[in-house]
Design a protein around this ligand. Structure first.
Ligand code: DHE
Length: 513
């Protein structure tokens, strides 16, 4: 038997030396982080990890995120795999400036345009399905979208998307084109008549979501990196504008999300780093607000300028939004703090506070008529409740207790129920069906025990509800929305969301906008 003392083994290089070298941050990053955050730290599935985007998240707070992961995101906990020293070294490394942060201006974006040479626009749909009852299903498991016939529940076509599509795809007002965006900034245009990709362009390095103008002319892309809003022409994806997002205090801000406000002919921006709400007008005659400013010029912005910006100062950072149906009021909450606020976009100020603890996910909210009022429901990412808020008095009417924190809600004008998933925790395989009048859970479905059931979308008539089995080897399950019985199961690769053309272009109650 060979016996080595510590001394001889060290001499032979067979064991760790008595004073181990400090861990190399580049190696730790390449081993544990690069797969999601990119080899260059500029982001991919996850956000960029550079000082410009991490901002105040540093030191012990950043170490805690690495150790424990991040609730409601795909960020896992590394506390089991990395020791304290390794985590500290990694956290410090993430705050080292990159030698080259790419300049992602209009010229650079334009260079990335890829046009599909095989695409020829057809004169009519090249399929026999109802063009307004199609579903676009995003399959994040292998980066595809499936186009689904919403009457027969058959897949008509499957197309590759860029990496990690996030947020709802956006449809042209006639429902013919769909635009999807990936977290690494690519925007893809697909013609649902020919079921072909038209073109794609990289509008940001690290992006959040997109919004389309009510007239279908413009597509706004919210970016984390660079801290800009990119506006594209929907026709050919050419760049119309890249707006730097700099606050009154001179600080740049990431854009958490952008939404369309159709009656106002504007895009409304939720900002991650500064207590301001931005409204960017794209219409011919933007309303006059005396306090429209472009801080870079330190003076009022001329209305003859393209896409003028109106800035509304708010008491706190609001990085998650929900609009009322008139788009006069925006409910805002911060992912970091409890509570929320209602901002009146017409007068440009806060008009009410909202009682919203437990990290509400306003972006997933839905509305419906209940009695003589409109109510809004929102899930919470940290609490097993769905809050129901009266949109006249802004009071919380009810907190429906669920089997765990959820991510998405859905309903339809023609159904008495709202469907709420339980995305986190041991009961992530259930889906609650809640009566919209009594606010009681009428049924708890468990489509596939042990597998995450999430995100619902209805067909255009509200007769069927489609649920995702959010697994690599997953499925879209079609339910009869009245009997709550399963009708069909279509295999899909981690189907994250599904979107019905009619419900989306009519801004139906009960779905996301
Ligand atoms: Fe989303 C929509 C923000 C994590 C899947 N998500 C949205 C929207 C916002 C948002 C602002 C609405 C934009 C829109 O549709 O135009 N999401 C965030 C976050 O801040 C959060 C919590 C952290 C992050 O990492 O960005 C987050 N989201 C996730 C996920 O981890 C999910 C579950 C998986 C994934 O694919 O990243 C996820 N988010 C989705 C989906 C939608 C979405 C499927 C569209 C829902 C819809 O029905 O419209």
């Amino acid at each position: 038997m060979i016996r080595l003392t510590v001394f001889t083994s060290v001499l032979l290089g067979l064991a760790a030396p008595l004073h181990a070298a400090p861990p190399e941050p580049e190696v730790l990053f390449a081993t544990h982080c690069a797969v999601c955050h990119g080899d260059d730290r500029l982001g991919a599935l996850g956000p960029a990890l550079i000082p410009e985007s991490l901002r105040r998240l540093k030191g012990e707070r950043l170490e805690k995120v690495i150790m424990d992961g991040r609730v409601s995101t795909q960020m896992p906990a590394f506390g089991e795999q990395l020791n304290g020293e390794e985590i500290a070294v990694l956290a410090a490394f993430l705050h080292e400036p990159l030698k080259d942060v790419p300049v992602w201006d209009a010229a650079k974006i334009a260079e990335t345009l890829l046009v599909n040479e095989d695409y020829t626009p057809p004169d009519a749909p090249m399929h026999k399905a109802d063009p307004l009852n199609l579903f676009v299903v995003v399959e994040t498991g292998d980066h595809h979208i499936s186009i689904l016939d919403g009457d027969k529940f058959e897949v008509l076509e499957r197309l590759q998307t860029p990496l990690a599509v996030h947020g709802g795809p956006k449809f042209s007002p006639d429902g013919r084109y769909v635009f999807v965006m990936s977290r690494d900034g690519w925007v893809q245009k697909v013609d649902l008549w020919s079921m072909q990709e038209v073109a794609r362009i990289r509008a940001g390095v690290n992006s959040r979501n997109i919004a389309i103008s009510h007239d279908g002319k413009w597509l706004a892309v919210a970016n984390y990196l660079p801290m800009t809003l990119t506006i594209l022409s929907t026709e050919d994806l050419s760049v119309a504008e890249v707006k730097e997002v700099r606050g009154k205090n001179g600080e740049l801000s990431r854009v958490s999300a952008v939404y369309q406000a159709p009656p106002r002919e504007s895009f409304v921006l939720a900002l991650k780093d500064i207590p301001e709400v931005w409204e960017v007008f794209y219409g011919e005659n933007p309303p006059f607000y005396g306090f429209v400013h472009d801080y870079r010029d330190e003076g009022p912005l001329g209305y003859d300028e393209p896409f003028p910006v109106r800035v509304i100062k708010v008491p706190d950072i609001l990085d998650d939004f929900f609009f009322d149906q008139s788009y006069e009021y925006v409910m805002g909450a911060s992912r970091e703090n409890d509570g929320g606020q209602v901002i009146d976009l017409v007068i440009g100020m806060k008009v009410a506070d909202l009682e919203l603890p437990g990290m509400p996910h306003l972006g997933s909210g839905i509305t419906w008529e209940r009695g003589d009022t409109t109510v809004m429901a929102t899930p919470h990412l940290r609490e097993g409740v769905v809050s129901i808020i009266d949109m006249k008095s802004w009071e919380t009417l009810e907190k429906v207790t669920t089997d765990g924190p959820g991510f998405f809600l859905r309903s339809h004008e023609n159904t008495p129920y709202l469907w709420a998933d339980v995305f986190f925790g041991p009961n992530r395989d259930v889906m609650h069906v809640i009566d919209k009048e009594s606010l009681e859970i009428v049924k708890t479905l468990r489509p596939s025990p042990g597998q995450t059931a999430a995100h619902v979308e209805f067909d255009r008539t509200g007769e069927h509800a489609l649920v995702s089995l959010w697994e690599q080897d997953g499925a879209v399950i079609v339910y009869d929305a009245a009997t709550l019985e399963e009708v069909k199961r279509l295999p899909m690769v981690k189907p994250s969301g599904k979107y019905n053309v009619f419900n989306k272009i009519t801004f139906a109650h009960g779905t996301s906008h």
